[in-house]
Design a protein around this ligand. Sequence first.
Ligand SMILES: Cc1cc2nc3c(=O)[nH]c(=O)nc-3n(C[C@H](O)[C@H](O)[C@H](O)COP(=O)(O)OP(=O)(O)OC[C@H]3O[C@@H](n4cnc5c(N)ncnc54)[C@H](O)[C@@H]3O)c2cc1C
Length: 347
Amino acid sequence: MSTTELLEAARALGQSLAPEAGRVEREGVERATLDRLAAAGLYGLTGPAWAGGGDVPASVYRKVAEWLSGADGNTWLVWFQHHPVVKMLAASPNTDLAGRYLPGLCAGTLQAGVAFSHLRNPSPSVTATAEGDRWRFSGTQPWCTGWGLIDLVLVGAATDEEVLFALVPAEDGPAVRCAGELSLAAMAGTRTVALALDGLVVEPADLVLRAPRRDWAVADHARSANVQPSVFGIALAALSSLRQTGAVVAEPLGEALHDVRARAYRLADEEPTGPGAGVDERLETAAEAILLGVEVTSALVTSLGGKAMVLSHPAQRWAREAMFHLVFAQTGALRSATLAAVAGARG
Ligand SMILES: Cc1cc2nc3c(=O)[nH]c(=O)nc-3n(C[C@H](O)[C@H](O)[C@H](O)COP(=O)(O)OP(=O)(O)OC[C@H]3O[C@@H](n4cnc5c(N)ncnc54)[C@H](O)[C@@H]3O)c2cc1C
């Protein structure tokens, strides 16, 4: 499929998802919808060509992510969590594992999610213990999106010195189980759960990555400082509505949004010149973009008056989804940068 065809399919899917997004949040994302995204080639977008992936430029991935997140945030989030797995597996030294799973992951016949955000905390909540050449993972990962919808989950665990990532079946069993579906203020239809691991046996064949904790943290810190396209997808969807109901405020907000979006994507495309290079500028830009998303969606709610509060109106959902981005993929540094930007606006 050509890039033009991919983009056309993604845009058409976005248009068909948008009217159902409120219902999807209340009733839950369905696998059949995710399978439609897969059939349109959207699960393998970033995957390598040898595995049937599209290997598309970042700009194409961003367009698709913006359209999907603006159309239906819940479906977008479940779809989004698949891509780090494809990316990490494609770069894995475990080529047998990549050969086994990447073709299915790129086709979307296998769908995956992640469970490793706890590794960003100074005290990771899932630990790995060596047992011969195998490992046992134990603890609770507080967030895992898509449970019950996905086939595989990339689980992260830490030792004192290292981080380990394993790709395992996403099924309830004695060693991996849902420790409770979370009742959420936004993205409530994404089947996001806490995941309890109780001595999960990880064979070397299941390991995607094993890396020194410090090296991974530095790379993750730099990656997480980039703005997620979904921040813009939601804000652009709200802005387009705001043009009808609050044209005067839509104009300056639109200019600010396009300006920060251009800067954010330019920074994301720049090769870092060394570990940590440019991270402060990325963090400031991310904070600016996230807070602008809150501002745009708030302006839309205000411009609409009381009808914005009706659950069937997208305005309140976009406002809650913009709020979700205040914490999603948050590192300690991004939390500080966002709070500093709020304080700066008051000073
Ligand atoms: C709806 C939803 C779905 C999600 N789905 C997934 C998913 O599928 N998979 C997944 O892995 N994650 C998922 N997340 C987690 C998400 O990416 C973020 O990691 C999470 O929201 C950060 O908030 P926290 O309070 O849980 O993390 P915390 O770890 O408590 O805090 C966030 C950051 O603050 C810093 N910090 C916290 N405590 C300290 C301290 N004592 N000292 C210094 N720094 C500190 C850490 O660097 C940390 O990264 C999801 C989150 C939401 C809201």
